[in-house]
Design a binder for this molecule. Structure first.
Ligand code: SAH
Ligand code: SF4
Ligand code: F3S
Length: 504
């Protein structure tokens, strides 16, 4: 494994004596990788090698085409996918493609979601459209990755009816984009590379951010909970926690690069660290993250109620940086259905947790996820959900119509008729919205810190930012405000957002 002109070992770039302290990828000089040698076996070095290989090929293609080549990554699904897409984007830029806002370009990559059927259907819709576009552009490549690709029936369908899709990979080998793309560029034909599972966590791949001042940071991957309706454990595999050192090193580097807010990401952050060689709780990790100088706001997602510890509540209550906002998915207010869902808490236990949280942090904003129409849900069961919503007074709630996911236990149970589900869904939404409006309005007339995110979509003399509880505020400002904290007087609540004025 040689790197550069002199026979430097691949690790010559790093300090060999202490692999843990080796540098981040951005100190890698891709021009110095010796491509006459075989690809290294170790990651991420192997991917660095393929990035360099792709660079050469893409450079040739650009010369042949007489223009730049563009790419677009389209993301479906949750924050994990959004974070993965930031990494995929950085790799494609490193390879020499230019980012485009449009899907019709030279390389389009769909990072898919399959948590509900409609997420899944959207992808086929987009592909139908792209098929025609591809005929017009000989350089166009279409790639698919993400959760939907972990389902074998999807891959079968792509093989049979979507031959124009060039390359497909899954969640376990998402780090392999450069290698897979290189093989597609070199050989043509449809490339499909899906792994069933992995123990591997590949660190130090290129990464970039949608916002310079905030980003998500994965702390763990996968899920072990197997809620009976949910496909995530099947498509994301078992829980794997990142080493705290790696997480802290990433956050320190992000802060040095201008990040002031991080969202720690995992399907169930409350079970972080259980499988590490040296186990560590999520609360302990938060204490460490709090110490990172220059970091101003810490968020996390998602907390499973069954693992929410008193230690976490105490750490949060005592923290200056952790946002006083808790996303605590309820799913359903009926204890019988919660048991069937395999959620491991009852309605009463959930309400007790909320009471504990509020005792420790009276100003806390609580948000949730709710599923309507889970198999076997009766009107009485549904009213239990409404009851919890009214008791908790959520700041906001994501409400979902139950979607049957093949292979999950709930899929084979008797389903609630669609008209009944729709009617319940609308009723729930009305209650949630009314409470949410009232909760939002409670801060009217106060002065709050806002992290400014962007110029307002509707008026370019205004900016948009977020409060600690994630609610948006619009006020007069300019691009100099972006990424800055401003003290803002909240003049008027407009449903789910505010208009305000800067006070300093
Ligand atoms: N790990 C997180 C949730 C990830 S999925 C947690 O446990 O809270 C995000 C949300 O999608 C879930 O909270 C659930 O409300 C919803 N969801 C998952 N599977 C669903 C399905 N089959 N139908 C409808 N909604 C679903
Ligand atoms: Fe799905 Fe449950 Fe895991 Fe969340 S905790 S991802 S709802 S199985
Ligand atoms: Fe969707 Fe996968 Fe996230 S199924 S919700 S993108 S983990």
């Amino acid at each position: 494994m040689l790197y550069g002109k002199k026979a430097v070992s691949f690790y010559g770039l790093y300090d060999r004596r202490d692999k843990k302290s080796r540098n981040m990828y951005n100190e890698v000089d891709f021009n110095k990788i010796d491509l006459s040698l075989a690809a290294p076996q170790e990651e991420p070095e192997r991917q660095y090698y393929f990035i360099a290989k792709c660079r050469e090929t893409v450079q040739e293609l650009k010369q042949e085409a007489g223009r730049e080549l563009t790419f677009h990554v389209e993301t479906f699904g949750c924050q994990m996918n959004a974070r993965d897409s930031e990494k995929l984007t950085a790799i494609l830029k490193e390879i020499g493609y230019q980012e485009s806002e449009h899907e019709v370009c030279d390389l389009v990559l769909y990072n898919t979601c399959t948590v509900r059927e409609n997420a899944n259907l959207k992808v086929y819709g987009h592909l139908g459209h792209l098929k025609k576009e591809k005929k017009k552009n000989p350089y166009m490549l279409i790639g698919l990755c993400g959760c939907m690709m972990q389902e074998s029936h999807v891959v079968e369908k792509l093989k049979e009816s979507y031959r124009f899709v060039d390359f497909v990979f899954g969640t376990h080998n998402v780090f392999k984009l450069a290698e897979i793309l290189y093989h597609r560029l070199a050989s043509g034909g449809q490339i499909i590379d899906i792994w069933d599972s992995t123990e591997q966590i590949v660190e130090n791949l290129p990464s970039e951010r949608k916002f310079p001042f905030k980003t998500g940071v994965n702390i763990m991957y996968g899920c072990n909970n197997f809620c009976s309706y949910c496909i995530v454990p099947y498509v994301r595999g078992r829980e794997r926690s990142r080493e705290p050192k790696e997480i802290l090193r990433e956050i320190e580097a992000l802060v040095a690069d201008g990040v002031v807010e991080v969202m720690l990401l995992g399907q169930n952050v409350n079970s972080y660290g259980k499988n590490l060689a040296e186990p560590m709780s999520f609360a302990e990790l938060l204490k460490e993250v709090e110490q990172v100088e220059g970091l101003k706001r810490i968020r996390f997602m998602t907390s499973h109620p069954k693992d929410l510890s008193d230690e976490l509540i105490a750490v949060m209550a005592g923290s200056k940086k952790i946002c006083k906002h808790f996303h605590l998915p309820l799913q359903c207010g009926c204890s019988r259905l919660l048991e069937d869902m395999n959620r491991h808490y009852t309605k009463e236990q959930y309400l007790e947790l909320v009471a504990k949280l509020r005792r420790a942090m009276p100003d806390l904003s609580i948000t949730t996820d709710i599923i309507v129409g889970y198999p076997g849900e009766t009107e009485e069961d549904f009213l239990e959900t409404i009851d919890v919503v009214k008791q908790v007074q959520y700041d906001s709630a994501y409400t979902f119509i139950y979607s049957r996911r093949s292979g999950t236990p709930a899929a084979s149970r008797e389903q609630v008729p669609q008209e009944v589900v729709k009617e319940r869904f609308n009723r729930l939404l009305a209650v949630v919205n009314e409470i949410s409006k009232e909760r939002t309005a409670r801060l009217t007339g106060s002065v709050q810190e806002v992290l400014v995110e962007s110029i307002d979509d509707h008026d370019d003399t205004m900016v948009t930012g977020r409060l600690e509880n994630s609610i948006q505020v619009h006020f007069k400002g300019s691009k100099e405000d972006i990424g800055q904290f401003r003290k803002v007087y909240l003049r008027e609540a407009k449903g789910f957002y505010y208009f305000g004025e800067v006070v300093q």
